[in-house]
Design a protein around this ligand. Structure first.
Ligand SMILES: [Cu+2]
Length: 125
């Protein structure tokens, strides 16, 4: 998997590959910030069973706000067992992975008093 992440935000962010089996240097936690107007290009071989994973930002102190504003998505890993005829598997037809995120009640990226109030859900694609 080759990824190119360019931070076009006016502030630092990061991208974490939640559930993906990657080396620590590609994990994208708060220890791997992406500064505004810079690009991070992690790359690794996907070697894990089929799974529905997600990526999300992980900048210290603003993970929730960045996620709520849309910096998140799904990563679908397939393998030889993915076509199990006993399960729906027509992506976008009978296989609609949901994506939910909480909404901060205080809309500032720098507040330390952010609390959750509601959840937004959507289904891909
Ligand atoms: Cu995570």
């Amino acid at each position: 998997m080759d990824v190119r992440v360019t931070d076009d935000l006016p502030e630092t962010t990061s991208i974490h590959w939640h559930g993906m089996h990657v080396a620590a240097r590609f994990d994208g936690g708060p220890h791997q910030p992406i500064a505004p107007a810079t690009t991070w290009e992690p790359s690794w071989k996907v070697a894990q069973p089929a799974a529905t994973l997600w990526y999300h930002p992980h900048p210290h102190g603003s993970t929730q706000v960045h996620t709520y504003r849309g910096l998140a998505g799904l990563v679908l890993v397939d393998d030889e067992t993915s076509d199990d005829p006993g399960l729906p598997h027509g992506y976008g037809i009978d296989d609609l992975p949901p994506s939910c995120r909480t909404r901060p009640s205080i809309r500032t990226a720098y507040s330390t008093n952010v609390t959750t109030k509601a959840a937004d859900c959507s289904a891909a694609p």
